[in-house]
Design a protein around this ligand. Sequence first.
Ligand SMILES: [Zn+2]
Length: 325
Amino acid sequence: MIIGFDDPIYSYDKLIEDAQALSKQYRKILEYVTIGKSHDNRDIALLKLGKGKKHMICCGGVHGRETINPVVLLRIIEFYAQSYTCYRQQKSSLMSKLYNPTKNLISEYERMLYAACIHELLQTYTILFVPLLNPDGYMISLEGFDCIRNEELRAKCKSMRLPHHEWKFNARGMDINRNFPSRLWRQKFEGDYPASENETKALISLFKEYKSLGFLDFHSRGKQIYYYRSQMPESYNKRVLHIAKRLKKVTNYQLVAPQEEIDPSDSGGNTVHYYSEYFGKPALTIETVDEEAAFPLDISYRAITYEEIMPVIFEFGALIIQWLY
Ligand SMILES: [Zn+2]
């Protein structure tokens, strides 16, 4: 196992090291590339998992302080890659066990079936994972403002006078999830314009490069799912509701009511607004971790969140293939 959940601080450097180690170990099915640089010159990593011609995109770490999802997404990648690779061996070992049954046969059979499904999923799709879109914000929230190497940016961040573990923004003090061009985007100060940030541009380029069938953006907190898009036609929302209900069942998370899509005092411009409006395909925000959890988020949420969202990506892949165009 490459990805562990025990490090008290899972740093950006460790994440990159682990992502590269995973792509080495599973090179037949997993590729590591970078899709851009943050403002403080950190790589934005993309992991391409699978052999399929269809694509879906999963993103994490848009907000700095939401430190659980990046490592969880890496662990999911490892589990999927491992299941895919072991599938053939598991199959033959199960066949031999069928002739020499043990009392664990049913659970082993179930595990094999699951591996077969993952094998099928990764033959159909190449899943594009961006586990940490905002590496600067992530490091600020974990270690404080001194991790920002660019003096000007560091001074700007410090001048905002916020506790570092509450930091949502990038190294320019911008909320990336209010920076995507969309109908609900609003200017928040003079000089504010959509897609001004490196991280935003990197994700938009990825969206445009691949004709993907769907997009999931993992945030924290609330254990809930945002699916409704007021700027999209009713037919779109009806179909996405069907997907959201299935994901609710898998995760036990709650669906967010349509009227709560964005706070009335807030600006739109979320990743999911951009994706749904430009491509007309399903884009959901999944909020992991309990609503009342305090920042910095307790690392015990890693294992819990892994169990909750590991099947989501699989389920989503199966659902969006049925989307009618
Ligand atoms: Zn968030």
